[in-house]
Design a protein around this ligand. Structure first.
Ligand SMILES: Cc1ncc(COP(=O)(O)O)c(C=O)c1O
Length: 405
């Protein structure tokens, strides 16, 4: 028998020794372009507040109206008495925005992803003997990985294909062509959060059709961000409305509070309402969030300039940081990985940048491969060019001092 506290203490000391202990820096303000840390104002380059809606006056007042009109909480799961008409309206709005038939809300995208795979693959659906298979991109988000871990090994094979590598996926699908699988599911992020690169959804949609597979895309970092209308990675890749299953979060570009969804064909969504355990056994979204997310979608569809501003800011930051001599991963997403190599450099640089007025986080092994430690900048439409210039000035100063460029 081991002592529980002794075990966790040992693990904590190990995290500290390997410099992988995660430190939370408390913000003394709302999430925005500029935030307050230890009483000082710093430029925020680390949040998923891509559209700057986290503290947008219209979204804030919508959320307050939600509380006034529908109360603070729903105190129930959806099928008991937790469905208000506003939940149904938001689901319709999400489906329409994404060009899909229907959508179902969850308390988070984590809950949506966790629900999706197990609900489908663990159900017999009238078949006594069956076997499903999931092909998953190697860099998929933890919620997709954990969702698949809930699929029973007796009835579901789980395979990994190389990141973004359609040929590797096709090779595996070819290998399995003769196998009598009930469902074949291809699972990918729309945008990969460590690299900021987009999945080749156009090719994947073709491959899924060719092999009779279901294409699942988690577009948490794409919705509101990618495509001219901010409709996500499918729009950017020319396959808007042609993905079988799209999940996403309301906790990043779409107001940044909380909530997630699965969207797809009507029957699939109805099936999830019956079978998804994180939906059936978990409280429904509070009215403030439903109102806030609704107003975020309204803003996004009404005012095209928000996405355009995000694009302008991203292009400006990418160009200028490269001009300063920093190595960045190419692309056009507001996630801009600034490659530094060693973990110690990323750790020191994020500390020094904070002192110089920029909030940015470093990523290192095991989150990214050894020797590929980086700072991950995330650009927002809320940033003014002056904010970005201030951040670039700090990069120049700290970079010169540390001699890292
Ligand atoms: C790709 C991806 N999927 C899902 C999630 C989880 O979203 P939520 O915060 O709504 O649970 C995240 C959040 O980090 C994400 O990056």
């Amino acid at each position: 028998m081991a002592d529980m506290l002794e075990l966790v203490g040992r693990e904590l000391r190990q995290l500290e020794a390997t410099q992988t202990f995660k430190i939370e820096v408390p913000l003394g303000s709302a999430q925005d372009a500029v935030v307050r840390v230890n009483g000082r104002k710093v430029v925020m380059l680390a949040s998923n507040n891509y559209l700057g809606l986290s503290n947008h006056p219209e979204v804030r007042s919508a959320a307050i109206r939600g509380i006034r009109e529908y109360g603070y909480g729903v105190a129930s799961v959806r099928f008991i008495c937790g469905t208000q008409d506003i939940h149904l309206k938001l689901e319709k709005k999400i489906a329409k925005f994404l060009g899909m038939e229907d959508a179902i809300l969850f308390s988070s995208c984590w809950a949506a992803n966790e629900a999706f795979f197990a609900s489908l693959t663990n159900e017999k659906m009238g078949m006594e003997a069956y076997r499903d298979v999931i092909y998953s991109d190697r860099l998929n988000h933890a919620s997709i990985i954990d969702g698949q871990r809930l699929c029973r090994a007796e009835t579901c094979d789980r395979k990994i294909y190389r990141h973004g590598d359609v040929d590797d996926l096709v090779r595996q699908l070819e290998e399995d062509r003769g196998k009598d699988y009930r469902l074949r599911i291809i699972a990918t992020d729309g945008v990969f959060s460590m690299e900021g690169d987009l999945a080749p959804l156009d090719s994947l949609a073709g491959v899924a059709r060719e092999f009779g597979a279901t294409l699942f895309v988690d577009d948490s970092h794409g919705v509101g961000v990618c495509g001219r209308g901010g409709r996500g990675t499918p729009e950017a890749k020319g396959v808007h409305g042609r993905i079988d299953v799209l999940t996403g979060t309301l906790g990043k570009a779409i107001g940044g509070a909380a909530g997630g969804y699965i969207s797809g064909r009507k029957d699939l969504v109805s099936f999830m309402r019956q079978k998804a355990r994180t939906y059936i056994f978990s409280n429904s979204l509070p009215p403030s969030i439903v109102f806030g997310a609704t107003s975020a979608f309204n803003l996004l569809t009404r005012d095209r300039s928000i996405v355009a501003r995000l694009r302008r800011n991203t292009a400006y930051f990418r160009k200028e940081i490269a001009t300063l001599g920093y190595a960045i991963l190419a692309g056009d997403h507001p996630i801009v990985p600034i490659m530094l190599g060693e973990a110690a450099a990323a750790q020191e640089m994020s500390r020094e940048l904070l002192k110089a007025g920029v909030y940015i986080r470093g990523l290192w092994f095991p989150v990214v491969p050894k020797g590929e430690a980086r700072l991950r900048a995330q650009i927002s439409a809320a940033l003014s060019l002056k904010d970005i210039d201030r951040a670039l000035g700090a990069f120049e100063k700290v970079g010169r001092r540390m001699n890292v460029r």
